[in-house]
Design a protein around this ligand. Structure first.
Ligand SMILES: Nc1nc2c(ncn2[C@@H]2O[C@H](COP(=O)(O)OP(=O)(O)OP(=O)(O)O)[C@@H](O)[C@H]2O)c(=O)[nH]1
Ligand SMILES: [Mg+2]
Length: 348
């Protein structure tokens, strides 16, 4: 054996070792949409295409599940609901998930990050999502709930949603709460179906951008440990999103994201952690991305932990999109006391 050959072998072994570590260290992401809204959001993501994550849809409603575009669809609680949905009862959703838990867990083998996506207020999305989060608790995975809160006109569903958030908060690492009412205010006067579309897009972009920035090479990579740092055992989170165009597009996008129209928080300095994500066309520069980071840093407390990621998106030529996710906050929605459903009893 020549000296050269002797040198070469250990080097090759080192390369193999790095390759093996890289393969094992790659986080695997599963996105699970539960109930009608959750399945629709997963279909939205599938239609746009997502690199690096697996999309699952879970429902008790067989007809709705049939139109889902998820990579894998699972009808849960066949015995409990007969494929007919939960009719707004979260207890039924919980029972359905428990009935099918083994099948669901099997689909999650190897997943290190699990997004639980649902519109709270109904039976399946509410009950099955907290039951799933509870079943995954302590499994070592990072479990992130991303849920919407019903529109004010949905009334009784608001209470169901509050109960759902409380259970999710105890079981998930972080629950990102998006208030449909704020969304509609920002988006303008929209018909109900269109308003739901806006909600699907916001949740969809959030989950897709985080997944792709973690699993694929990006302008600034966000890694699994970064995400863990600010999301592990953090309770409630809120997100703000902003768009900008033209010369100061990044400044505009950050300002809109932080103005708080979407954020369910009054005081940004109370957040434990913040995730900043910027995306823009191939013309987006690193300088712009750092500027976004600087602007957010000025708005939060010096103690707030900050992680960030950035990704080029060819469909955003000339534009910028920024979202901020503030973790460890107290939700205004949760703090509101529910309105009394009946008037006072009058005794004559
Ligand atoms: N973003 C979004 N939200 C939706 C959509 N459809 C319904 N919602 C919201 O999500 C809440 C729950 O609705 P669904 O997801 O249809 O209910 P479910 O979880 O299937 O519950 P059951 O039908 O009772 O089993 C509603 O109160 C709405 O606020 C949708 O397509 N997109
Ligand atoms: Mg349903």
């Amino acid at each position: 054996m020549t000296i050269l050959e002797q040198d070469y072998e250990p080097q090759e072994m080192e390369q193999d070792k790095i390759h093996e570590f890289a393969r094992l260290a790659k986080p695997t992401v599963s996105v699970i949409g539960l109930g009608g809204a959750g399945s629709n959001i997963v279909s939205w993501i599938k239609e746009r295409g997502m690199v690096g994550g697996r999309l699952l849809a879970l429902n008790t409603d067989a007809n709705h599940l049939e139109i889902s575009k998820a990579d894998k669809r699972i009808l849960i609680g066949e015995r409990a609901t007969g494929g007919l949905g939960c009719g707004g009862y979260p207890e039924k959703g919980e029972q359905a998930l428990k009935e099918s838990i083994n099948e669901v867990k099997q689909e999650l083998t190897g997943a290190s990050i699990v997004f639980i996506v649902a519109g709270l207020g109904g039976g399946t999305g509410t009950g099955a999502s907290y039951a799933l989060a509870e079943a995954l608790k302590g499994s070592g995975r990072l479990v992130i709930g991303v849920v919407t809160v019903p529109f004010a006109v949905e009334r009784v569903r608001l209470d169901t949603a509050r109960k759902g958030i409380r259970r999710l908060k105890d079981a998930c690492d972080t629950v990102v709460v998006i208030d449909n009412n704020k969304l509609v205010k920002v988006a303008g006067d929209l018909a109900f179906a269109q308003a739901l579309g806006v909600a699907n897009e916001l949740v969809g972009v959030f989950v897709k951008d985080i997944t792709e920035t973690i699993t694929t090479a990006s302008l600034i990579n966000l890694d699994y440990m970064d995400l863990r740092t600010i999301m592990e055992k953090q309770g409630i989170a809120a997100i703000g999103a902003g768009w900008g165009q033209g010369e100061d597009r990044i400044e505009k996008a950050v300002r809109i994201a932080l103005e708080g129209q979407l954020l369910d928080i009054n005081d940004l300095t109370k957040a434990y952690g913040v995730l900043i994500h910027a995306s823009g066309g191939s013309d987006m520069t690193l300088g712009e991305v750092y500027r976004a980071g600087e602007l957010v840093m000025r708005a939060v407390s010096p103690k707030t932990k900050i992680v960030w990621g950035a990704k080029v998106n060819p469909t955003l030529e000339g534009k910028a999109h920024v979202f901020v996710c503030l973790t460890g906050i107290e939700s205004n929605f949760l703090a509101q006391t529910p309105k009394r459903k009946f008037g006072r009893l009058k005794i004559f």
